[in-house]
Ligand binder design. Structure first.
Ligand code: GLY
Length: 382
């Protein structure tokens, strides 16, 4: 990230994901839902779309979207799935595909995912397999999906064996990140999304991390200045993600850095169950503190980095330390390590970790001694 964060507050807010003939734009800003008809028109092959949304988002934003589309002469069918992670499964995938086929979607019909990460992943995967693949547009409605899951083409569902184990890389044709919709987001969800914003600083851009430290509290305060700061943070995050995805679409190396904090985070999410006790972004915040703590134990970075990260997360209201108890009782290093070995990022039976040589200097490794990992977890849970 080279641009000065201050400049981003007034910069034109379209970011391009440079993937040759599959390149696409991410628009970031206010009032984009109301302009959806105009903005989506250039990528439509038919004047019709099929919208997938959920029971939380539909009452708020389905009508504004279809009104804008209708004004541009675009007709829309839709289906509404239940809100929540449990919807990312085979049965809801089948339901969505059946609804698309019942509406007589054709190869040229655009699918629109209107919602957070669950809707984006499910609708994107449905688009990837419907009629062997149709185009789709992401209209993310949470901060987390605006800065991460709507960009980069990862789609999929969860199975009994774990999260996101069945899916496809399928890039959207366009992403519309309307920052006005964040006003209806519960504060806890906004904070959880902020963890993924901060991640871009921690993994590759120390200056952006410093900007987050200076502006994070104001950004998340809901006050007068929050909106411009949020927009700047979303643009910066999308620029970072776009650059990484363009360089390594299918995650053969660089893209894996986006998983900073995720191996730890997923293990805590699994221990806590998926009932809302620990949101994904909260788990990632905890996971990033642990990734730096493990890096420090292995001598890659200074312990002061871990303290600094934890202090900032706690200052904005994110957890800096892991939960010690879950629904099944006390959380142990052994239980966490068992979840980690089920992670799909295993390579030749070895765990992949994103560690850091300091803030903004993440790297991948397959060589983390189990004993040091266990020590790091035990210290965090003590
Ligand atoms: N969320 C990680 C990635 O898109 O690669």
């Amino acid at each position: 990230m080279n641009a000065e964060p201050a400049r981003r507050q007034s910069a034109p807010a379209a970011v391009t994901v440079a993937l040759a003939d599959r390149a696409y734009d991410i628009h970031v800003g206010r009032g984009l839902l109301a302009r959806a008809g105009e903005l989506t028109s250039p990528v439509l092959r038919q004047r019709r779309v099929f919208i997938v949304t959920d029971s939380t988002v539909a009452p708020l934003y389905l009508a504004p979207l279809t009104t804008s589309l209708a004004a541009a002469g675009i007709s829309a069918d839709h289906c509404i799935v239940p809100a929540g992670e449990a919807t990312k499964d085979f049965s809801h995938l089948a339901e969505v595909l059946d609804a698309m086929l019942a509406a007589k979607c054709e190869r040229g019909t655009m699918i629109i995912a209107l919602g957070g990460g669950v809707v984006g992943d499910l609708a994107g995967f449905a688009a990837a397999v419907l009629l062997r693949g149709v185009d789709f547009i992401q209209i993310p409605t949470t901060l987390l999906s605006q800065v991460d899951s709507s960009v980069g083409g990862k789609t999929g569902i969860n199975t009994r064996a774990g999260k996101n184990l069945v899916g496809a890389f399928h890039q959207p044709r366009l992403v519309l990140a309307d920052t006005d919709v964040l006003a209806s987001l519960p504060r806890r969800e906004l904070l959880a999304g902020y963890a993924e914003v901060a991640k871009y600083g921690l993994l590759g851009d120390a200056a952006f991390w410093g900007w987050c430290e200076a502006n994070g509290e104001t950004m998340l305060s809901g006050g007068e200045k929050s909106h411009d700061l949020l927009r700047a943070a979303i643009v910066a995050s999308c620029e970072a993600k776009a650059r990484i995805v363009a360089a390594d679409e299918k995650e053969s190396g660089l893209r894996a850095l986006l998983n900073l904090g995720h191996t730890f985070g997923h293990a805590f999410e699994a221990e806590m169950g998926y009932g809302g006790e620990l949101l994904h972004g909260e788990a990632v915040a905890i996971g990033m503190v642990l990734a730096f703590s493990l890096s420090a134990r292995l001598g890659f970075c200074a312990p002061a980095d871990t303290a600094r990260i934890r202090a900032h997360f706690e200052a904005v209201g994110l957890p800096g330390l892991p939960p010690k108890r879950g629904p099944r009782g006390g959380i142990t290093p052994a239980a966490l390590m068992a979840h980690m070995t089920q992670d799909k990022k295993m390579k030749d039976g070895k765990l992949t970790f994103v560690l850091a040589r300091g803030i903004g200097k993440a790297f991948l490794t397959h060589d983390v001694p189990a004993a040091i990992l266990e020590e790091t977890l035990a210290a965090a849970l003590a």
